[in-house]
Write a protein that binds this ligand. Structure first.
Ligand SMILES: [Zn+2]
Length: 338
């Protein structure tokens, strides 16, 4: 797989291309949110490192090494990732699949490449990996994927080149959707904007059976908020959150996107940059006339902050009922622009 088949990440691809024509380092960490394409890029780099005739654009795609990679059977390439039902990669797996394998010479070419899902390593696993990273044989190259270098032991990070993947533009996310035959989806443009520049999110939601209905329900709930009574919110409103608890993160993302659009609309009468472009009329009805834009923006920003706070609470496993009810009341207060 050549680098040019990967959408975006131009700077990183250039850096990797230079490394291929010079002498690459022993460890690279690809960081960024889940779904941004860390593993895909790391695999393309791995293929190029192992390729017999790599160029600035990565692997040639035709040599025996490239054919082994494409078939998933390259003898000098290992991937260490979570297996089904595992929460972390067991430390024994790190020792066996990397530590014990490391000193066997490469079979096909001059290098061995290990790709490790570092988010799935606990401290013990990271320490086991560190042993291999400290004194690697000259032919070994480690590629790690992680949400952030901050999640890893500083002793690992200091031995590696850290590459931060950037979020894609909506047009680039659309290009990824096209490559996956999803650009014809009726909501493709919405997913490209809603994904926050993370193509994996757009692909997953476009193929999900539940997101369309959940979004519609969340919008109905949102537009009714200003006139909903406190008692209604704490019963029926909460029931909506409770029934969709497994997708609470997505509900919050939809609410955040609606508030973001309201902030945009509070400044301008129309905008084709809205995430929820199909909801423009309903959203405009939520903006009272005769209020100063600054005052509207102030309320909407507070509402947006309440969504962010709920997002953090969710990540920290705070009481679900507490955070949902607190959020609904905060949104109602701000959306009445009192
Ligand atoms: Zn090749």
């Amino acid at each position: 797989m050549s680098f040019s088949t990967i959408v975006g990440q131009t700077e990183i691809k250039e850096r990797l291309g230079h490394a291929l024509t010079g002498s690459p380092g022993h460890a690279y960490i690809f960081t960024g949110p889940k779904g941004i394409g860390r593993t895909r890029l790391a695999r393309a780099f791995a293929a190029a490192l192992l390729c017999e005739r790599p160029g600035c654009d990565g692997a040639c795609g035709r040599c025996p090494s490239c054919r082994y990679m494409a078939g998933g059977v390259h003898p000098d390439y290992r991937e260490l990732e979570l297996q089904e039902k595992e929460k972390v990669i067991p430390v024994d797996a790190v020792r066996q699949r990397i530590g014990a394998d490391l000193y066997h010479q490469p079979q096909l070419g001059a290098r061995k490449v290990y790709l490790v899902d570092a988010d799935a390593l606990n401290e013990q696993g990271q320490n086991a990996l560190l042993k291999s990273l400290e004194e690697p044989p000259p032919y070994a190259i480690f590629l790690l994927t992680a949400l952030s270098a901050r999640h890893l032991l500083p002793t690992i990070v200091s031995r590696a080149v850290v590459l931060m993947l950037s979020r894609l533009s909506p047009a680039e996310v659309m290009a990824v959707m096209e490559a996956n035959d999803l650009h014809q989806h009726e909501a493709a443009a919405f997913f490209a904007r809603f994904s926050g520049g993370v193509p994996g999110v757009a692909l997953e939601l476009a193929q999900s059976s539940w997101f369309h209905d959940l979004r519609q329900e969340t919008i109905r709930f949102f537009v009714k908020l200003p006139e909903s009574g406190r008692a209604f919110l704490l019963t029926d409103g909460y029931a909506f959150f409770e029934a969709n608890r497994v997708h609470a993160g997505e509900i919050l993302d939809v609410l955040g996107s609606l508030l973001r659009d309201l902030i945009v609309l509070s400044d301008r009468s129309a905008d084709d940059m809205l995430i929820n472009n199909d909801q423009q009329l309903a959203l405009k009805r939520l903006l009272p006339s005769g209020k100063k834009p600054e005052s509207l923006r102030n309320n909407l920003t507070q509402a947006y902050r309440a969504v962010l706070a709920a997002r953090r609470g969710l990540a920290l496993n705070a009481s679900f009922e507490g955070l949902a009810c607190h959020l609904m009341l905060a949104l109602r207060k701000e959306l009445t622009y009192a």
